[in-house]
Design a protein around this ligand. Structure first.
Ligand code: DX5
Ligand code: ZN
Length: 245
């Protein structure tokens, strides 16, 4: 399996001192920063947009290699993911992870066979790659992994996602309870794709990491478990050693 990547979610940081919190989290051993963008439509909550990302980018060194330290992993919980790619690229996003469900926003109920040219995930991944960003695709708890088969097995690397995010809570808020019911999705993906970066997000911490790591996740998001800890560096190191063991 690919290497462990620990990506603290700054949703649980102090928004009044985001720059300092981001810098400190990196010093405490984070690999990436997970940046949750919520628009109040796709999810019932609002966070912040590209201008804030551009400001915090100045506090964290840019990655020197693809998937490297300091990667800004932008989790786009927004209804119109295509519309914001350029803006987030200019703000300093490195990995643009959109929701499969939103790529079909006009037809969220039955995406199969009804995608239109502008919003299908394949074209969106292509577009993200054409701008020089890594592309991720996220699945909410109700969405099965079979919707990704064609993308993951594409011969054309421009339309293959660089990462899949399996949500282990309903997106929208930090501090929710981990849903172990989502782990079979991780297992299935890991079995079929040994080298795929598989990210889990929601309710991860020292008490739940072993299940997620056993299922095959290697990119670990943790918000409240890191920012709420007395010793965040210790939590980051527990998460890392669980994935590596
Ligand atoms: C939830 C966000 C998560 C959130 C996780 O919609 O996508 O990234 O910050 O928070 P915890 O780790 O507290 O569950
Ligand atoms: Zn997230």
């Amino acid at each position: 399996a690919p290497k462990a990547i620990i990506a603290p979610s700054i949703l649980s940081a102090d928004f009044a001192q985001l720059g300092a919190d981001c810098r400190r989290t990196m010093e405490q051993g984070a690999d990436w920063l997970h940046v949750d963008i919520m628009d109040g439509h796709f999810v019932p909550n609002i966070t912040f947009g590209a201008p804030v990302v551009a400001k915090i980018r100045k506090h964290v060194d840019r990655p020197t290699e693809s998937h490297g330290r300091g990667t800004f992993d932008c989790h786009m919980m927004i209804a119109e993911p295509k519309k914001w790619v350029k803006e987030f690229k200019n703000a300093g996003c490195d990995l643009y992870c959109f929701h499969y469900e939103a790529a079909f926003s006009s037809n969220a109920e039955s995406p199969e066979g009804k995608s239109d040219e502008k919003t299908n995930p394949k074209d969106l991944i292509r577009y993200i790659h054409s701008l020089g960003l890594l592309a991720g695709i996220a699945l909410k708890p109700m969405t099965g992994v079979e919707v990704l088969t064609e993308l993951l097995e594409s011969e054309d690397e421009m339309e293959r996602p660089d990462m899949v995010l399996i949500m282990t809570v309903e997106p929208g808020f930090g501090g929710q309870k981990f849903m172990a019911s989502e782990l079979p999705k991780v297992q299935e993906l890991r079995k079929k794709y040994p080298e795929l970066n598989i990210e889990v997000d929601g309710g991860l911490g020292p008490g739940t990491i072993d299940q997620a790591a056993d299922a095959g996740a290697n990119v670990i998001v943790a918000g409240s478990a890191v920012f709420g800890a007395k010793d965040p560096a210790a939590v980051i190191s527990v998460l890392r050693s669980s994935v590596n063991s």
